[in-house]
Each structure stands twice: as structure tokens, then as C-alpha cells.
Ligand binder design. Sequence first.
Ligand SMILES: Nc1nc2c(c(=O)[nH]1)N=C([C@H](O)[C@@H](O)CO)CN2
Length: 118
Amino acid sequence: MDIIYLRDLRIETVIGIFDWERATRQTVSIDLEMGADIRKAADTDSIDDTLDYKAVAKRIIDFVSASEFQLVETLSERIAEIVIGEFDVPWVRLRLSKPGAIRGAQDVGIVIERGSRD
Ligand SMILES: Nc1nc2c(c(=O)[nH]1)N=C([C@H](O)[C@@H](O)CO)CN2
């Protein structure tokens, strides 16, 4: 399986369990790996024969910007569902982090894999 990826897609959103986090927007960073077969597009050199990572990024930006979840778990799961369900992607690995959310740590977050690599 080939992988098409986005790295460090930074989006401002409302996320968190504390009162101050409900009142301000924070940045989340998303790394997304998406299973794909790139051979047809490599033959035809046509965007119509592959997963358009720009279209995926736009959909995620629109969704995350408008979302107001408490947990990174919930936001990550919803993003994975969108990518698999709307873009016909068989497998995703998603890392979602909140830079600077924990004093002393560069970032904190979650990694999930959904779908099948077969
Ligand atoms: N497993 C999780 N633990 C915590 C989360 C979370 O989303 N998942 N969130 C917080 C706070 O919102 C934190 O990011 C702010 O410091 C704490 N623990």
C-alpha cells in the first residue's frame, strides 16, 4: 500500500475540558497518513486518478475550524471517519496534537489508526 500524507496541518479550534479552553481558540496540529494506490495516477499523470490531498486538507480545515469538542479523542475519531467515508480511503493513521498544552512538553496528543491496510 502506498501512503499519501499531510504533515503539521495547523488549525485553530475550540478544544479542551477547562473553562478557559472553551473561551479561546487553540492550535491543533494534524499529521495524516492515508492508504492509497498511486500507480494509476503515476501512469496517467492525472489528478482524477488519485486522492487529492488538497481536497482532503480543505475538508479537514473546514470541519476542525467549526468544531468545539472537549477531547482530542473525539476530534481525531471524527476526522478519521470523514477521511475514510468521504474520500474512499481504506486506512488512515492520524496524529493530532496540541502544541504547548502541557507545560514542559513540546506537545501532547493522540495517534489512531482506522480501517484496513489489506
Ligand atoms: N486523554 C486526554 N487527556 C486530556 C485531554 C484530552 O483531550 N484527552 N485534554 C486535556 C485538557 O484539555 C488539556 O489539553 C489542557 O491542558 C487534559 N487531558
